[in-house]
Design a protein around this ligand. Sequence first.
Ligand code: UDP
Length: 486
Amino acid sequence: MENQQHHMVLLSSPGLGHLIPVIELAKRFVFQHNLKITILALTSTTSHAEKRVLDAAASGGHIDIVEIPTPDISSLIEPDAAVATRLCVMMREGVPGICHALSNMADTATVRPSTLIVDIFGTEALGVAEELKMHKYVFVASHAWFFSLVIHSPTLDKQVEGQYVDQKELLQIPGCTPVRPEDVIDPMLNRNDKQYQEYLAIANGITKGDGVLVNTWECLQQKDLESLRNTNLLGGILNGPVFAVGPIVRESDSKTDQGTEWVTHWLDDQPQESVIYVSFGSGGTMSYEQMTELAWGLELSGQRFIWVLRAPTVDAADAAFFTTGSDGGSKLSKYLPVGFLSRTCNVGVLVSEWAPQIDILRHPSVGGFLSHCGWNSTLESITNGVPMVAWPLYAEQRMNATLLVEELGVAVRPKVLPTKKVVDRYEIASMVREIMVVEEDYCNKEKKKNPIRERVKGIKGSAVEALSKGGSSCTALAQVVARTKE
Ligand code: UDP
């Protein structure tokens, strides 16, 4: 009962990649620590999926949702402003609404909120928490290596001359694996773009929190976590402790993705670990030419597949983020090679725009994931023991792909960046086969082990351990709760 007197507020910025982990973190506080939780959500006006996810979160009756009116930022940004710029401006303009909601709760809620946790785009709201004398934390819904790069970027800004992508040397982050210039996060691709300044502001904003929660776990990223905590290495940039509380992922899609159950019914009829799931997150898109090669690659691989299809774009790879993301229901198959549908109808299915990803990845018939490497998708794959073809498109996904392929050994990736050059059908087929095919050992008449599959299953085990009672992430979350009660 004592815990029920404790009220935490979590703030989410627009985008499913931010909203979903915030809701899942909220559930941990409710179900493991019996806290009262309110989520303040700024949503993008065009996303029906965000609305569905919020409704599902509210429907359990355990979490209060307060939607902050989406500010009109059209006069404040260029029409072609980058996603990160839009998010930062939106969250900044949303501060008065956030302030109003928090003050209102402080005055009227039966339990006064004592803690505000914001995602990395919400750090401007930390000042409001300070005024209201609340504890204030930042939730990094990504991994520790990315977080190290972000908070080290003001230092890199002083050290490095010219564009990061033009550097001949690796970018050094003390105590962490260096970052390849071509792997930098999107806002660092062009230092003259407004999103770069916005990102530096985020890096400074994070230091104003009382601590940071990261969606990773000790065993996965020990070295990076150590360097974040070692004040000598990163120059004491952070004010408070770093808590590795992950992996924080959803358990099921059933409440949000009604109408897509046919996909899992189709999976029920497929052999074990025989299907590759192909999806580029909530907003990823590709060119028509690349889509054609992908279709041919899947067909040539000879593997069963589920492919979440979106209309091709000529613009940015994240073009679907701030559009309705739909081609109005017209047949997406018109973008596919002639005869593709009839030739693959016995082995593959296409899903338009949105699939029940969690239910797919946890299904025993799924044996691989061709993914854009968004961190939520990555964790969802790892926690289900599914190896990946890493196909990074935007945000911090190039770092994620490098981590998956080179450090963890649970994925393969194209030789060139898919955003720079078209990946051809033969390379795609070969990557798909590499993670999917398990050779027969003819001498022993047994199946050989696929090393990538074996490694991802090992990491899945370490995730389960971290989250179990007494495990590192479970303990870290309890420490956060204890501190916010002080
Ligand atoms: N997602 C889903 N169905 C889809 C596409 C995405 O359920 O068809 C979910 C996915 O499970 C994940 C989130 O949307 O939880 C996407 O987050 P991620 O960080 O992977 O990528 P983003 O969309 O932010 O780039």
